[in-house]
Ligand binder design. Structure first.
Ligand SMILES: Cc1cc2nc3c(=O)[nH]c(=O)nc-3n(C[C@H](O)[C@H](O)[C@H](O)COP(=O)(O)OP(=O)(O)OC[C@H]3O[C@@H](n4cnc5c(N)ncnc54)[C@H](O)[C@@H]3O)c2cc1C
Length: 187
């Protein structure tokens, strides 16, 4: 039986993680507390969405942990990003190293992510609020996540918290979104 992944947060990160997980054969449920997913994508790059940048190096980022940004980017760099979007039908356009979709429309980026998530049979639950998350010991020393939401209880082998940052409202995560990792011992 394939593994079940629950992703909390339907922004660019949650949608991409959902597609990747489903492509690897997992059953994926994505839980979003707003009435639609990917809302912030629409306002990125002044409505054009700066997909990626050709120049990405240590000095471009701030972090409390030196090396952390490049370690993350090294796992999925500019070539992988361009390849991922090309595969979904987005032809990139380079403007002085800043890469946009050729359409200059952030909505085209959201459209292809939603199309692919649907194609990969990701179960997207909007207006779905997570109430509690527990890590439960199952049979044979196995563990699973029990996620109680306003649309029922989900059980997951893996949980991805993709609730974004607090910088912008109303898409900013709820207090619960940022305290869960600590309460689960992963923050
Ligand atoms: C004005 C502006 C322009 C930008 N332009 C660009 C750009 O051109 N290119 C670029 O790469 N980046 C850009 N960024 C940054 C980019 O928007 C973020 O890096 C990106 O959206 C982060 O994606 P995310 O999925 O991590 O978080 P988010 O997009 O914030 O998504 C998080 C999602 O989780 C949901 N959520 C939160 N808490 C909960 C909860 N408790 N339960 C369920 N769901 C929850 C939220 O509703 C939201 O849908 C821009 C940012 C701003 C503010």
């Amino acid at each position: 039986m394939s593994r079940q992944i629950v992703i909390v947060g339907g922004g660019a990160s949650g949608l991409t993680a959902a597609i990747m997980g489903a492509r690897l054969g997992a059953r994926v449920t994505l839980v979003e507390h707003m009435d639609r997913v990917g809302k912030k994508i629409l306002s990125t790059g002044n409505g054009r969405c700066n997909l990626t940048n050709l120049r990405m190096e240590e000095s471009c980022y701030r972090s409390d942990e030196k090396g952390f940004p490049m370690r993350v980017i090294g796992g999925f760099g500019v070539e992988e990003t361009l390849g991922f979007f090309r595969e979904l039908g987005i032809e990139p356009k380079d403007r002085n190293g800043y890469v946009y979709p050729n359409s200059d429309q952030a909505s085209s980026v959201l459209d292809v992510l939603l199309w692919e998530a649907s194609h990969e049979r990701v179960d997207i639950r909007t207006s779905c609020k997570v109430e509690t998350i527990e890590w439960i010991k199952g049979e044979n020393n196995s563990f699973y996540y029990k996620i109680c939401t306003t649309q029922g209880i989900f059980r997951a082998d893996a949980l991805i918290l993709a609730t974004g940052s607090r910088l912008r409202r109303p898409q900013a995560p709820t207090a619960a979104g940022t305290s869960w990792p600590k309460s689960l011992g992963t923050g």
